[in-house]
Design a protein around this ligand. Structure first.
Ligand SMILES: *[C@@H]1O[C@H](CO)[C@@H](O)[C@H](O)[C@H]1NC(C)=O
Length: 462
């Protein structure tokens, strides 16, 4: 097989870069816009996946039903990681099979290693910019608390790259780039970081396989280079240089992993910045932040960060109660803790134990009085005619062990699914409960791994 012409063909076919967009100046944010930010942390600007300010926004015509379909796949994937009875045969991306020949540049063993199923990434994930290499170039990346390895699409895209905003990262243009050999300890850590085995290329370079769903994954070379964020740069950051990337939406270049694992961005920067990060997830009409390191501890209420032997990389919390219009839901206390509960930045809709959800749905519908009901929409079954802002919506509050609470605003309770319908932004589950990002929007949330606690503070975004 002639490798060179094939590579060239692949590059021409798959590495179509689009020019970086000019971001409107109203999108620039000031530190004063974020009352909970501590100036000694390292700060990034966060954008809603559909914000006009995002460097890589989702298509504006993306149907909300598509967002919900992907959200359900993500929730199912997170749940499957905690399912002790999960003995379904692992699946791997079909394109790895069909493109096995093209992937011959990576090791052939790559195509015979099964990947676990997972959820599509990108649709619900917030977006930031990260600098990489020397000299540093900036890339639009989705931020994910549910996964660990950071990766981005990498030239020459041996198998496949999707269209991304701005040019691809080219390792040859960075004087500090190095690929990581299979013998390095970081290569051995990939199994825990990606939940897939690593592989070794014919030339002895460590190959990672990050998978998020049947059609969503990145495979490529484990690499290290200098990472930079406006105010600081860090040498020897380990990440994936993706040669086969499929399923990312919105033209992001890749993903930043913030889960609890040695290879995550948090753990790699923690020796200099501390083991904590905080964020405010904005609405599509505002901007938010991600801070690694210092936060203002006095401004938050806290709940213990629980952990689970089922998956040590996710962030667990203990939901202890919910109220609507000041009245506790009509369910027994034990229902709230009946399922493992994680907090996740990339899940759009909060999943509650079925009993809790049913009581919430009834209480909200009753409190909305005369609002005309609308038919169910996808996974959302408590819907009303009109837009959230036109309706009288009851106060909904979520309480967590230790006294932390989220006193939800209308935008955290109802989500507009089209021009004439709004729905309760919660859904039932019998497997893993998830505190999703619609409910977290505009709160500051701190993940303090050092002190094993998660904190909430209202009014975190501008
Ligand atoms: C900001 O962070 C520093 C270092 O972690 C800490 O000493 C200080 O108290 C924090 N500021 C506030 C207002 O909490």
């Amino acid at each position: 097989m002639e490798l060179l012409p094939l590579l060239l063909a692949c590059s021409l076919l798959f590495t179509v870069a689009t020019p970086a967009r000019d971001i409107p100046s109203v999108c620039a944010s000031q530190i004063s816009d974020f009352p909970h930010r501590n100036s000694s942390g390292l700060h990034l600007t966060l954008h809603h996946p559909q914000s006009a300010c995002s460097p890589a926004p989702l298509p504006s015509d993306l149907p909300f039903s598509t967002v919900l379909t992907h959200d359900d796949a993500r929730a199912a994937h997170l749940a499957s990681r905690l399912d002790t009875n999960n003995d379904a045969p692992p699946r791997r991306p079909t394109s790895l099979r069909s493109k096995k020949k093209a992937a011959g540049h990576l090791d052939d063993s790559l195509a015979s290693v099964p990947l676990s199923p997972g959820a599509s990434i990108g649709v619900g994930n917030y977006v930031t910019q990260l600098g990489l290499g020397t000299p540093a170039t900036s890339y639009a990346m989705v931020v994910d608390t549910g996964s660990s390895l950071t990766w981005l699409q990498c030239s020459p895209c041996v198998v496949s790259c999707h269209r991304q905003a701005g040019p691809l990262f080219d390792p040859r243009s960075s004087s500090t780039y190095a690929s990581v050999p299979c013998s390095a300890s970081q290569c051995g850590e990939l199994q825990a970081a990606t939940l897939n085995p690593s592989a070794c290329s014919v030339s002895g370079v460590c190959v990672y396989q990050a998978s998020y769903g049947d059609s969503s994954f990145s495979v490529g070379y484990l690499s290290r280079d200098t990472v930079s964020f406006g105010s600081g740069s860090f040498p020897d950051f380990y990440y994936g240089c993706g040669q086969d990337n499929e399923g990312l939406f919105g033209r992001s270049a890749g993903l930043i992993g913030l889960a609890r694992n040695k290879l995550s961005l948090l753990y790699q920067l923690a020796p200099s910045l501390g083991y904590s990060f905080s964020y405010c997830l904005p609405t599509s009409a505002s901007t938010g932040y991600l801070t690694i390191g210092s936060y203002n501890p006095g401004q938050y209420t806290y709940t213990p960060m629980a952990s689970s032997s089922l998956d040590g990389s996710l962030y667990f919390v203990t939901l202890s109660g919910m109220s609507v219009g000041g009245s506790p839901l009509a369910v027994s206390q034990s229902e709230y803790g009946s399922l493992p509960t994680i907090i996740d930045s990339g899940t759009v809709i909060t999943r509650l134990p079925t009993g809790v959800y049913t009581a919430l749905s009834k209480a909200v519908a009753a409190a909305m009085g005369g609002a005309p009901r609308a038919p169910a929409f996808s996974i959302l079954d408590t819907c009303f005619e009109g837009q959230a802002s036109q309706l009288r919506v009851p106060a909904v509050s979520m309480a967590f062990a230790g006294g932390a609470s989220l006193k939800l605003a209308t935008r955290n309770v109802l989500i507009n699914v089209d021009d004439s319908t709004t729905c309760l932004a919660f859904a039932p589950t019998d497997s893993t409960a998830i505190i999703g990002n619609t409910q977290q929007q505009t709160f500051s949330v701190v993940y303090d791994v050092a002190q094993s606690r998660i904190g909430f503070a209202a009014g975190g975004c501008s």
